[in-house]
Ligand binder design. Structure first.
Ligand code: S3P
Length: 162
């Protein structure tokens, strides 16, 4: 289960990691959108963040069914106490990390994230890093996702999980 801030490459790295391991890949954000029948920005807008977090926990609980797979989570999933407890108990959490500067560069390519809308991404990502990194650090495996090809990150994860 890949955890970490938005823009770090959880979905891209997760998809490639799953290919290499020959197991299915699931993007938890996409699964939430399918379950809700609307996009994440729409869920935030119409029902608010607490409702989204509750749906996120339920979807992740359903995804960890004991069958081998790679799951990419949304950046806030591991920050939620209940969702984190579930992940730590039932999956191998891998924290993908990068500096706020690298993340800000990457999120520019997609501007649909409700937490960034209308704000300076670097400022938000610096604040989120300060608050969230100590919590992501509770994951048993830490891998840094630097600038450059995601393949290097995939290799680093494969090495870390043995
Ligand atoms: C969020 C990250 C997003 C998405 C939602 C909230 C967060 O996922 O779940 O916008 O709280 O960090 P990505 O990390 O895939 O962008």
């Amino acid at each position: 289960m890949l955890v970490g801030l938005m823009g770090v490459g959880k979905s891209t790295v997760g998809r490639r990691l799953a290919n290499r391991l020959r197991v299915p890949f699931v993007d938890a954000d996409t699964a939430i959108e399918q379950a809700a029948g609307m996009s994440i920005p729409e869920i935030f807008e119409h029902y608010g963040e607490p409702y989204f977090r509750d749906g996120e926990r339920r979807v992740i609980a359903r995804l960890v069914d004991g069958r081998p797979k790679v799951i990419a989570t949304g950046g806030g999933a591991f920050i939620n106490d209940e969702t984190r407890a579930l992940i730590l108990e039932q999956a191998t959490a891998i924290w993908l990390n990068a500096s706020p500067e690298v993340l800000a560069e990457r999120v520019k390519r997609r501007d649909t994230r409700p937490l960034l809308r209308g704000k300076d991404p670097l400022k938000v990502l610096r604040e989120l890093s300060a608050v969230r990194n100590p919590i992501y650090a509770l994951a048993p495996i830490h891998v840094s996702s630097k600038r450059g090809p995601h393949e290097a990150t995939v290799n680093a994860i494969l090495k870390a999980i043995g």
